[in-house]
Design a protein around this ligand. Structure first.
Ligand SMILES: Nc1nc2c(c(=O)[nH]1)N[C@H]1C(S)=C(S)[C@@H](COP(=O)(O)OP(=O)(O)OC[C@H]3O[C@@H](n4cnc5c(=O)[nH]c(N)nc54)[C@H](O)[C@@H]3O)O[C@H]1N2
Ligand SMILES: Nc1nc2c(c(=O)[nH]1)N[C@H]1C(S)=C(S)[C@@H](COP(=O)(O)OP(=O)(O)OC[C@H]3O[C@@H](n4cnc5c(=O)[nH]c(N)nc54)[C@H](O)[C@@H]3O)O[C@H]1N2
Ligand code: SF4
Ligand SMILES: [Mo]
Length: 695
């Protein structure tokens, strides 16, 4: 039987897979699907992690939502409803709320798992059909600090400005806060091949993870101190004359200020702040100074901090001082996270952006997009609140009274989740579009069941800026509709001045026009080209008539950066440290993150029977366990200023003794986390707060 080439439902690697349909006996007349390798797709070369292999597990499962549900006023329970009843109800209540409180009374919360087409339509729907400025998405909690730093330093934000496979050709790769061996397992082969070639891997993580096991040099800093480490590296590079002065003079601006700032970060001071011994720091600098091609990659461990942007800027400064960005097989990159973490932030579901990575407060950008949409530029609302600030304002004076959620399980994944859940409960109207009854859907007034993944066609932009086509390969359950249908159905009922298509290819073509001339220009990309070329890297502008098509841009910055003067900008990051430091009542650092078998809030993967669903645990060092009397597998209580969590202790020697780690895939971790926000990216501090652990 013919297999359809498509891509995984989960992370930003967007591994290629081949799905075939196999009959399972005539009695049930059911058709099962088989997930197999698509060996030629270059990003994963046929490899998948266990989440990818089991991605079909929700198919036909009772856990799938197949009918709209509305909350019955009399019983307070959710009951099934027809699509018309549910959409009519939502549109009616939106109209009443907007008439009484203004357009901004209705807010939209999107997700980095949505296809480009969905993200684009959602932004268009919010700005035109709802006329609200209040739209943001969960990507704010993902790589927004790296995005903000990339924009400041390079004038553009694309996760990796080079194909992932370039990692293999570097001399030294520094991973700051990435556990890619568990968060994008097929990518780990590049580290293995790099080492086979004699290259070196440096991992910076308070825990020794499966990624750290691949390291030639492992540094285990105190959580939240990576910026001090970067400044210490800059200090020694400068002191040792290892700065690439020629590159700095030719391709950058602002180094002198960084040099002055780094002068204050001598090794002993770095050791006191980060816990990294001076000889380890010297070893790192020796590796960097002697290498021709250095690649610095950050992920959430470095970014999810109240100083996430400054931390990334510090590491970009290291890469620039070494003369790397723009050099082949070298430079700086951010490993994005969600399936469409990259594209999701380019096409208008972010509070301050319009399609093509245009800024919503730029008059020229507004005029261009308004013309493509067929509306007046002045009718487009301005900048809205960032994700956490939006949730924090729900139901408050002047805040939104209604929220439409597409592709996020806020109750589990938002920081300071008890507070956020209360805000959701204070809404007049909560509408959740999902594929399962997530913890957030369970609170909703209206739940709309949608199609996902290979049940429908759409494009995604992976961590390399490669736009890929996730083709429909599976028949969706009866009763569900695409987010695109939900958006179109509501827009029509709300009397939208412009129509909303439900055809992904048509939407993609319009998205291309809306993005034309913007930073993330997709106008030269078509479904056909994506299939032929196994993905196309943006920017890819449409070629003028008669000229050959633009080839796309796998590698950026070879000749110039995307700043007005073409130079990269050194930005001076000032080290402040975590928003919450340990004290006698909360003497430990708590950090949070992921395990291999579960994805995000677990809404999908906790329902897949072939994946282990072990529940939350508290990873701690034996020295700490002994001090507090904890035993492996027995419950302990983690307490922070915001809440507590009871979960079994997992005692390991691989974590710093002053730090505990809790995965966030199960309800509870985020009752603990701190909602302190980064001043520029508005990223919450998921990766460190002060905690106590008790038995
Ligand atoms: N299995 C799995 N894979 C996933 C996901 C998933 O949920 N499950 N989610 C996807 C998404 S959306 C994302 S964003 C990516 C995230 O991918 P990663 O960033 O690799 O994942 P995390 O586990 O959040 O964090 C990485 C590491 O940061 C370390 N860390 C914690 N605090 C600090 C610190 O202060 N400094 C440093 N240097 N390190 C620190 C943690 O110990 C952890 O090992 O994964 C994607 N892939
Ligand atoms: N403590 C702590 N918290 C964190 C993090 C951390 O490291 N530590 N990481 C943060 C990061 S990086 C991220 S990305 C967030 C992610 O956290 P969430 O935003 O909660 O992400 P998911 O769990 O992927 O939620 C996606 C939801 O959308 C549904 N869904 C899937 N496909 C579709 C679709 O096509 N349409 C619609 N409408 N729904 C769909 C899924 O069933 C699921 O319920 O969590 C953040 N929270
Ligand atoms: S690494 Fe990511 S994209 Fe690849 S199979 Fe696993 S979850 Fe899917
Ligand atoms: Mo993420």
């Amino acid at each position: 039987m013919d297999a359809t080439r498509t891509h995984c439902p989960y992370c930003s690697l967007q591994c290629g897979m081949a799905i075939s349909r196999v009959a399972t006996g005539s009695a049930a007349r059911r058709v099962a699907i088989e997930i197999g390798p698509w060996a030629e797709f270059p990003v994963n070369e046929g490899a998948l992690c266990r989440k990818g292999w089991t991605a079909g597990g929700l198919r036909g499962s009772r856990e799938r939502l197949t009918s709209p549900m509305v909350r019955d006023r009399a019983t307070g329970e959710l009951r099934t409803a027809s699509w018309d009843e549910a959409l009519d109800l939502v549109a009616r209540r939106i109209a009443v709320l907007q008439a009484a409180h203004g357009n901004d009374a209705v807010a939209v919360f999107g997700g980095g798992g949505l296809t480009n087409e969905k993200a684009y339509q959602l932004g268009r729907f919010a700005r035109v059909a709802l006329g609200t400025s209040q739209i943001d998405y969960n990507g704010r909690w993902c790589m927004s600090s790296a995005a903000s730093a990339g924009n400041q330093a390079f004038g553009v934000d694309r996760g990796l400005p080079f194909p992932l496979a370039d990692v293999e050709q570097a001399d030294v790769v520094v991973l700051v806060g990435s556990n890619l061996a568990e968060t994008m397992p097929p990518a780990a082969r590049h580290l293995d091949r790099l080492r086979e070639r004699g290259g070196k891997v440096v991992v910076i993580d308070p825990r020794l993870t499966p990624t750290g096991e691949r390291a030639d040099l492992l540094l285990q800093p105190v959580p939240g101190t990576d910026l001090a480490l970067a400044l210490g590296v800059l200090h020694l590079l400068d002191a040792q004359g290892a700065v690439d002065e020629e590159y700095v003079a030719r391709r950058t601006t602002g180094f002198d200020d960084v040099r002055r700032a780094a002068a204050a970060w001598w090794p002993e001071r770095v050791e006191r702040t980060t816990g990294i011994a001076t000889d380890e720091l010297h070893a790192l600098v020796a590796l960097l100074a002697s290498a021709d091609k250095v690649m610095v990659l950050t992920a959430r461990g470095a970014e999810q901090h109240a100083q996430g942007t400054a931390t990334v800027l510090g590491w970009i400064d290291v890469a620039l001082a070494l003369g790397m960005p723009g050099k082949e097989y070298a430079g700086y990159g951010c490993l994005t996270g969600q399936g469409n973490g990259q594209g999701g932030r380019e096409h208008g579901q972010k509070a301050d952006q319009l399609p093509g990575y245009r800024m919503i407060d730029d008059p020229a950008a507004r005029a261009h997009v308004a013309q493509v949409w067929g509306v007046a530029p002045e009718s487009l609302p301005g900048k809205g609140r960032s994700a956490y600030e939006l949730l924090d304002a729900l139901g408050q004076d002047g805040g939104p009274k209604a929220l439409l959620v597409h592709a996020s399980n806020i109750v589990v994944s938002a920081p300071n989740a008890t507070h956020v859940t209360r805000r959701l409960e204070a809404l007049d109207l909560l509408v959740v579009c999902d594929i399962v009854m997530s913890e957030t859907a369970a609170l909703a007034d209206v739940v709309l069941p949608v199609t996902q993944w290979a049940e429908e066609t759409g494009t995604m932009t992976n961590l390399e800026g490669r736009v890929i086509l996730r083709q429909r390969a599976v028949t969706p359950p009866e009763g569900v509709r695409s987010d695109l249908d939900v958006i179109a159905g509501l827009a029509e009922r709300l009397g939208s001045p412009i129509p909303f298509s439900t055809d992904p290819e048509e939407i993609f073509a319009e998205l291309g026009r809306a993005s034309a001339g913007g930073k993330a220009d997709y106008s030269g990309i078509s479904y056909e080209r994506i299939v032929e070329e196994q993905g196309v890297f943006w920017p890819c502008p449409a070629a003028p008539a008669g000229e050959s098509p633009h080839p796309g841009t796998p590698r950026m910055f070879a000749d110039s950066f995307a700043t007005p003067d073409g130079r990269a900008r050194f930005v001076v990051p000032e080290y402040v440290g975590p928003a919450e430091e340990p004290d006698p009542s909360y003497p430990l650092h708590l950090t949070t993150g992921r395990v291999l078998s579960q994805y995000q809030s677990g809404a999908q993967t906790r329902r897949i029977r072939d994946l282990p669903d072990e529940g939350a645990f508290v990873e701690m060092h034996p020295m700490l366990a002994e001090r507090i009397g904890a035993h492996d597998g027995r419950p302990v209580v983690v307490r922070t200023r915001r809440g507590e969590l009871k979960a079994p202790a997992r005692i390991v020697t691989t974590i710093r003794p002053d730090t505990v780690f809790v995965p966030f895939h199960w309800v509870g971790a985020n009752r603990l986390t701190n909602d302190a926000l980064d001043p520029s990216s508005r990223m919450p501090e998921f990766k460190v707060c002060a905690a106590a652990v008790l038995v």
